[in-house]
Design a protein around this ligand. Structure first.
Ligand code: NAD
Length: 308
């Protein structure tokens, strides 16, 4: 198998001072990428800053013979997002890969979650994604090339107790990724989402003794492929957890058509409406939005005219 390399590519990895992001940065650098190691440091709830983690990972890369620069700006505001992308442009003159991975966690039951905790988590995960994408996307489009990887979570797909902020942010990232993929398609910019699972400091306090091997090194190759020029998919989400790699599929039931509905009719037909035995999938790119509408209109035209 030919080794897939990143020579002459410049990658920005947010939250790369620890955990998963560190693993992504080390892997890309080992394969020849010049890496902006972004991390503002700080505690898991986002409080505080520390230049140590980013500088340490950038140092590790350089010691191993690679190229890296540390950037300790926060992704949580527009100026920070721009500064992170500028670090790549100022130092290396381009940005080919953007991996938005930075994350914080603030847990509270829904009925007790403060607006400050809701905003602090959206600021890093979702608005943070927008801040770095907003700065990098025009540069990538002008260059005719880009690989964007955004980070969702099992919590974003299925929810989890005590993390309304995190679940909302992680689901929102999938919506953002679809637009990056759609608008980037004509410019050589592809965008996909990683749904990782790995034992990092985010697992602090959990009993992981019965877990199968679940290190970040089992996730990094998936992100590496999504970040590589060989990546042949866009607008998709891949799962990587404990050695399992899979695709997340957004599917609809075929549904049922009636020319008019009542509350009672919905109730009577709810099992048919929900019948997921023959799911329909509309790939985001090139035309998931239009395909959804066309499918619905075709049903109305076909069944409304009595030609079921
Ligand atoms: P981690 O806490 O080890 O690493 C996250 C890094 O992001 C930290 O080093 C932190 O300093 C940095 N960071 C936080 N706020 C920042 C900001 N404003 N600007 C720049 N950097 C900031 O966590 P991890 O487990 O490696 O998580 C990485 C990503 O993967 C996160 O987005 C997380 O939500 C996601 N994720 C992780 C898991 C898992 O199982 N570990 C599961 C699902 C999703």
């Amino acid at each position: 198998m030919t080794e897939l390399r990143f020579d002459n590519r410049v990658a920005v990895v947010t939250g790369a001072g620890r955990g998963l992001g560190r693993e992504y940065a080390l892997l890309l650098a080992a394969r020849g990428a010049k890496v902006v190691v972004n991390d503002s440091g700080g505690a898991m709830d986002g409080h505080g800053t520390d230049t140590g983690p980013a500088e340490q990972v950038a140092g590790e890369i350089r010691c191993a013979g690679g190229e890296a620069v540390a950037c300790t700006e926060s992704v949580a505001n527009a100026e920070g997002g721009q500064a992170i992308i500028d670090a790549a442009l100022d130092r290396y003159g381009r940005v080919d890969v953007l991996i938005h991975n930075a994350g914080n966690v603030r847990r509270a039951p829904l009925s007790q979650m403060s607006y400050a905790d809701f905003d602090a988590v959206l600021d890093v995960h979702l608005r943070g994604a927008f801040h770095v994408v907003r700065a990098a996307f025009p540069v990538m489009c002008d260059a005719g090339y880009g690989r964007v990887v955004l980070t969702s979570s099992i919590g974003g797909l299925y929810g989890n107790a005590d993390v309304a902020n995190y679940a909302a942010a992680k689901a929102g990232i999938i919506g953002l990724s679809h637009v990056v993929a759609l608008e980037g398609a004509a410019h050589g910019v592809v965008c996909n989402v990683i749904v990782p699972g790995a034992v990092t400091r985010m697992a602090d306090g959990l009993d992981t003794s019965a877990y199968p091997p679940m290190g970040p090194e089992l996730v990094a190759p998936v992100v590496g492929w999504l970040a590589h020029e060989n990546c042949s998919i866009t607008g998709e989400s891949l799962i990587a957890i404990a050695g399992r790699v899979a695709r997340v599929v957004l599917a609809e039931t075929p549904g049922v058509y009636q020319p008019s509905w009542s509350i009672e009719a919905v109730g009577e037909r709810i099992d048919e409406i929900r019948d997921a035995s023959a799911p329909v999938v509309f790939p985001v790119v090139p035309s998931g939005h239009a395909d959804h509408i066309a499918y619905s209109f075709a049903m109305a035209t076909r069944e409304g005219s009595g030609h079921a």
